[in-house]
Design a protein around this ligand. Sequence first.
Ligand code: SF4
Length: 503
Amino acid sequence: MKIILSTLNSRYTHSSIGLRYLYANMSELQNDSLILEFSINEAIQTIAEKILDAQPDILGLGVYIWNATQTQELIEVIKKVSPSTKIVIGGPEVSYEPFRVDFSKADFVLQGEGDTAFYKLCKEIISHTAPKQKIIKPVLADLATLKLPYEHYSQNDIDTRYIYVEASRGCPFMCEFCLSSIDEKVRNFDIDILIKEFSHLWDLGVRNFKFIDRTFNLNIRFANAILDFFLSKEPPYFAHFEVIPDHFPESIKQKIALFPSGALQLEIGIQTLNPEVAQNINRPLKLKKIYENLDFIENQTKAHVHLDLIVGLPGEDLESFGQNLNKLVSISTSEIQIGILKKLSGTTLDRHDLKFGMRYSDIPPYDILSNDLLSFKDIQKMKRFARFWDLIYNSGNFKKVIILLWKDTTVYDSFFAFSQWIYTQTDSTWKISLDRLSQLLFTYLTQELPFSNEEVADLLIQDLLKIKGRILPKYLKPYAPKQDKANTTNLQQANKRQARHAG
Ligand code: SF4
């Protein structure tokens, strides 16, 4: 009997903690089981070939929003070539209905947590006692007895990929766009056992820990124990946590403030700062606490922070979104990730469909297409806004010069106008080099806005030369300070000499 556990990660550098949970809990079937991981960029037929080379009797596939369509295609190919292989799918994308991707060729769908349920189903398939129905809804796993996955990260995983870990499951809040709002309660793993596991990972060389907990800072005792674990270690290391913005008790603040630069990353879901919109989606919004905590993080810690905002929430127009963005930029220098609202099966977001005229794509990632306040064109413009915001603002490449963009107006208004203009020049939001981006910014600021070439060039040069070894693009050379002109010329001559020798 051969059992393959597989999934398509969104990138090679990602590893699947879910597959390792399944493998860890396979008991006596573990010797017959094998993890095969792929990424969505690989050719589906090549993935099918590699899986079928292992001659699986049972194939378990983890399905997520980022791999749903590719997984559907993979199932089609495998079922045609090897109809006797039993395919079991599980994961968030198939845990709730309606399915908007057709998974009808799969033999079984495990909904919810499959950590131990997959083993049980394999036993039943092997003994020909599997349930008649296709959809199976197991009870929640008992975290106290669940075997942990961490020993199943290989040395190659540790050397080349992010290592995912978790201290808790679930979220007590009920933000309607989020799958975690369906969880009934928060469950914690045994903290002493976890710390031992993390110590073992550390000894094997893991320095990059990504916590998948939805609300890391909810349980203060747990959060403190984990922060203490890292604070007892010698940097460099990197720990990533998703946190809620309104809950930073003093003990957590004190610890966060002790982390050295580059060691701590916090992902903070803001989503909206509009109380009415927050109320529409059942999201708690303690504005005073949020501002207080963001101010603390900004001024008293060295944490790298991502703040999240969403476009398209029920009842939020572009003006309100713009005010959210303006406010965040005024109080924080952190990256601000702008996401587009998605309707996930299982959430209660669809109760707003009629009232706010919400229309979503039925193709993953199920983005909003329009609503009564935002036309399809508005959403398209905001998708490009988000992409250019990433390239220009979040990249950190233009920290000095970007201030000119909103010198005489608001951040949102100015960046909206700029994102519209830059799109007329590029007709694309992809594959734009840093040199081209900088030249477009230069052109916009000097030709569409009233700044002088010298003023813009001076700030752009400071931004670009912040990274050692960068060469100034040709259009900026006339404005380069003498020293940099000499360095650039020397570097170019050295490159030419090298090229001649190589030739
Ligand atoms: S958005 Fe965050 S706080 Fe809200 S339900 Fe989801 S995980 Fe919980």
